[in-house]
Each structure stands twice: as structure tokens, then as C-alpha cells.
Design a protein around this ligand. Structure first.
Ligand code: NAD
Length: 496
């Protein structure tokens, strides 16, 4: 049942060693579309409880690591089947606590399941032992589990950014403690409960809270690997906390992804224009890989602005998450709303033109919730905060350029390098893409529209360390172990 049916906040709890654990300390998580309504109380797990979860995972690892890959796959597939069944209900909970429209929550579950299935289909081959006979002797190479994984996820895609870690970690023989964000703790707890039901106690645990619990998860000596998705500044704290015991790490961090529109881009291509709009405003712009700044060649600038505004006005309908016509919901929390608003105000005060986009279809909700009308910002300086900072909300600056060399330089001077996109004739676009510093560059598509779970995803520079998704996203939960049988090497420096 949801709050919508009962008007009662829903329960969220930790799961430690297979048991539900309540917390004395909790704080209310409000409905972003209607902050007067409390969706659930987000528990705050104590540091001691977090340490207990790590102990449970540590003990479970001793036997879990010796289980067969077939057994792990069977369990994971059972969990996937149950998640599929529960998706309609869980997607509603996600929209309720997060604010994103229902189609978006359903999409998040679909991507999560796609990835979990890919991990099941490929873990055997990815982690298969290799046996090599060569002229100097014999070598066995194994891909062993690492140990206890601390998985820490953000609020914007709580289901997919948790399952992206859970599936490969468990399938490769690790155990795990997940800490989701207190801004969206509800649906992900239900997901973990469903998965935990299929695995022995302690193999998968979930705890809640903020930095205090985070510090336990990232510094406890029994933790072998950290898989973190979140902000670049948080990652700096995590690296420091983990340095004492040199933990393995995958970090998926912030981005300031650019969309570069080449002179040959056809502004009359409605499909492409709609794709650009979606790449700016899906999930109200709260995606790491959303196009957060656009550079358009001067030769097509005026036409581009005109056609872009037309396309945006057609696609953007701002409303409550359960209105079937909504394409853009509220932002997730008050701080985020204020931060984005401040960036837009700052640009306006400096002389930028701010164009409101789309239609507000739920005016009453709009007034009370954390809504922002999407905006296109024209005429800012290349280094204004709205251009160089990650806005993570429904606004996008559009800048004009004359020379592609200048844009590549502006693109690459960013501290970030997550994804980017180039729009225009394919051959020309590929040439530009090759010179872009980013983990992924998409051509004539962008953001989740061009995301393929079969291929590695991650950032360069301060956008991250390592890769998730693809075979790399499975292998990163293993340690390579080489077993050499006597090798007949000629080592003349060793005396007889
Ligand atoms: P955040 O960094 O504030 O929080 C992320 C998680 O870290 C939360 O669970 C939070 O409670 C936890 N945390 C906070 N302090 C901690 C500490 N000291 N030690 C350990 N954990 C701690 O990020 P957010 O606001 O939840 O998410 C938005 C950010 O995430 C954006 O920068 C976005 O770009 C980034 N992100 C990146 C990707 C990617 O794949 N690269 C995907 C989604 C979001």
C-alpha cells in the first residue's frame, strides 16, 4: 500500500544478516510534488549497526565465495523474476518519493532488469578460469571475488545505480552492504528485500543514513571494495577514508556533459530535435549524463533556437508524477530546487536571456511542490557558473561558437568528462568525438537514449574511476589471481 491509499507514511528499515532492523533516529521524507505529505521516515542506521552489517557480510563471504556461479545465477534470476512482478507497485513508490513521472520510474526498473539479466548471461564467461600451457610451463588464471563490497548510491536513479553494483558483486561471489541516499530510500529498500530473500543471510545487506554511516562503510578494514555513485566532492572524502586500508574502488561521479551541434546539423529534423530536448530535460535534468551545456555553430544558431523552442514546447509538460501526460516532474528536494534557481537567477542578472519552456499542466501542484519550469538560457559567458557547474536540474545554457577547435578546447578544459554528444553529419561528428575527453561520446543521440548496458560506462578525469556496465562492470568485482606452475625461465643472475 502507498501513502496515497492510506495517508500513512511507509516503513523503511535496514536489513542486516537477513533481519529487518529499525532505527531510533529517523527523519521524514516528503513527497517532492506535495511537500506537506510525508512519504516515509528515512531511518538513520547507527555506525555500530553499519559495522554489524559489514561483520555479517564478512562472515557470509567465507562460504558465499565458494558457491558455484550456476547457483548464484539461479538465485539472481529468481530475484529478477520477482522484481519484474513487483515493478508496477515499486515504480509507483519510486515516483512518490522521488518525484519523477511514472513512465520514468518504470523505465528505471526496465534498465535495471536489463542489466541484471546481462550480468547473469555473461558472468560465467567473464569470470571463467583460464588455463594456459606454454613453452615455459603452465599457468592458471582465476578471477576471484574481492570480499565485502560497500555500495553507495545517489537519489537520482536509486534502483538502477544500486542494482548496477548488486548484480555483478553477488554473481562474482562477493557480499555487499548497500547504503542508498536518504532522499529516496523507500523503493530501493523493497528491491533489496526481494533480492535478499533469494540469498543466504548476510550476502546482501542494506543500511541507511548520511555521511556518518558512509564513513563506516568506506573506512572499515573488513571492506575490500567501494562502489560509489554520487558527487565528485563526496568522492574526495571517500578516497581519503579508504586510503588507510587501500580499498579497491569504482567511482561514478558528476559530469558537465556537452552537446556540440555542428554546422551541418539539420534543424528541421524533428526527431533529432526532440532527442536533444529529452537529453536536456528527462528526469527534470537530474541525470549524471544529461546534456548540461550546448554549443551551436553560428551558421545555424538562430534557426536552431527557434526549432529547439518549438520542440521543447511540444514535449515538455510539467506536472505531478502520476499525471499520465506529465513528461517533467518536480526536482527531488528543496536544496536542489534552490541551487538550480540560483544558477538561473545569476545568469539572468548577468544579462542572459532566460526562455521558459513547455506547459505547466498541474498548476496547483506546481505552486506547492519542488517544481521548476524548464528554461533555456541564451547569451551567457563560456565560463559562467551555469555553464561550468553541474546544474543537475531543468535548465540548460546554449552557447554560440564559430570554430570547432574552440569548442573542443572548451569541452576538454572541464574537470569533468562523463558523456558528451556530437550532432550533425556522421563522419564529421566521429572526427570530433575522437577528440573529446569523455567516457562515452554519442553521435546524434544523448543521455539515456544512447545508453547500452552491454558496453562499459564511466567517466574520465574527476567524473570517475573505473567502469560499470558491460563486461568491465562484472570484471571490476574480481581480483585476477595468477597461479604459475614451475616456469623454466633463464634467469642468469640467480646462482646455481
Ligand atoms: P552525493 O554525493 O551527495 O551522495 C551520494 C551518496 O553518498 C548518498 O548515498 C550519500 O548519503 C552518500 N554520502 C554522503 N557523504 C558521504 C561520505 N562522507 N561517505 C560516504 N558516503 C557519503 O550525491 P547525490 O546528491 O545523491 O547525487 C547527485 C550526484 O551524483 C551528481 O553529482 C551526479 O552527477 C552524480 N551521479 C553520477 C552518476 C554516474 O554514473 N557517474 C550517476 C548518477 C549520479
Amino acid at each position: 500500500m502507498t501513502t496515497m491509499e492510506t495517508n500513512q507514511p511507509l516503513a523503511v528499515y535496514a536489513i542486516i544478516n537477513g533481519e529487518k532492523v529499525e532505527s531510533e533516529q529517523q527523519f521524514p521524507r516528503e513527497n517532492p510534488a506535495n511537500p506537506n505529505e510525508i512519504v516515509c521516515y528515512a531511518p538513520v542506521t547507527t555506525r555500530e549497526q553499519a559495522a554489524q552489517a559489514i561483520d555479517a557480510a564478512y562472515e557470509a563471504f567465507k562460504t558465499w565465495k565458494w558457491t558455484s556461479v550456476d547457483d548464484r545465477i539461479t538465485r539472481m534470476r529468481r530475484a529478477i523474476a520477482k522484481l519484474k512482478e513487483a515493478t508496477p507497485e515499486l515504480a509507483r513508490l519510486l515516483s512518490l518519493e522521488h518525484g519523477k513521472p511514472l513512465y520514468d520510474s518504470e523505465g528505471e526498473f526496465a534498465i535495471s532488469i536489463m542489466w541484471m539479466e546481462f550480468a547473469c548471461d555473461n558472468v560465467k564467461e567473464a569470470t571463467q578460469e583460464e588455463y594456459k600451457e606454454h613453452e615455459k610451463g603452465k599457468t592458471i588464471i582465476t578471477h576471484d571475488p574481492i570480499g565485502v563490497v560497500s555500495a553507495i548510491s545517489p537519489w537520482n536513479y536509486p534502483i538502477s545505480l544500486s542494482t548496477i553494483k548488486i548484480a555483478p558483486a553477488l554473481l562474482a561471489g562477493n557480499t555487499l552492504v548497500l547504503k542508498p541516499s536518504p532522499f529516496a530510500p523507500l523503493a530501493v529498500t523493497k528491491v533489496v528485500e526481494i533480492i535478499a530473500h533469494e540469498f543466504p543471510p548476510g550476502v546482501i545487506n542494506i543500511v541507511h543514513g548520511e555521511a556518518d554511516v558512509g564513513v563506516e562503510l568506506t573506512s572499515n578494514p573488513k571492506v575490500a571494495k567501494i562502489a560509489f555513485t554520487g558527487g565528485t566532492n563526496t568522492a574526495k572524502h571517500i578516497m581519503k577514508a579508504a586510503s588507510e586500508t587501500i580499498k579497491k574502488m569504482t567511482l561514478e561521479l558528476g559530469g558537465n556533459d556537452a552537446a556540440i551541434i555542428l554546422p551541418g546539423f539539420d534543424v528541421n529534423n524533428k526527431k533529432d530535435m526532440r532527442r536533444i530536448v529529452i537529453s536536456n530535460f528527462l528526469t527534470a535534468g537530474q541525470i549524471c549524463m544529461i546534456a548540461k551545456r550546448m554549443y551551436v555553430h553560428r551558421s545555424i544558431y538562430d534557426d536552431f533556437v527557434k526549432k529547439y523552442v518549438e520542440a521543447a514546447n511540444q514535449w515538455i509538460r510539467v506536472g505531478g508524477p502520476f499525471n499520465p501526460n506529465t513528461t517533467v516532474g518536480p526536482v527531488n528536494n528543496k536544496n536542489q530546487k534552490e541551487y538550480v534557481q540560483k544558477l538561473v537567477d545569476d545568469a539572468r542578472n548577468k544579462g542572459a536571456e532566460v526562455i521558459k519552456l513547455g506547459e505547466i499542466i498541474d498548476p496547483e501542484l506546481f505552486e506547492q511542490g519542488y517544481f521548476l519550469q524548464p528554461t533555456l538560457v541564451l547569451g551567457c559567458d563560456y565560463r559562467d557558473p551555469i555553464v561550468v557547474e553541474e546544474q543537475f536540474g531543468p535548465t540548460v545554457p546554449l552557447l554560440v561558437y564559430d570554430d570547432i577547435e574552440q569548442v573542443i578546447e572548451l569541452h576538454n578544459e572541464s574537470i569533468y568528462g562523463l558523456t558528451s554528444s556530437v550532432w550533425g553529419p556522421e563522419e564529421e561528428a566521429i572526427k570530433v568525438a575522437r577528440r573529446i575527453e569523455a567516457g562515452t561520446t554519442m553521435i546524434n543521440t544523448a543521455a539515456v537514449q544512447g545508453l547500452d548496458v552491454r558496453f562499459p560506462f564511466g567517466g574520465v578525469k574527476q567524473s570517475g574511476v573505473g567502469r560499470e556496465y558491460g563486461i568491465d562492470g562484472i570484471i571490476s568485482y574480481t581480483e585476477t589471481h595468477v597461479i604459475n606452475l614451475p616456469i623454466e625461465l633463464d634467469l642468469p643472475y640467480i646462482p646455481e
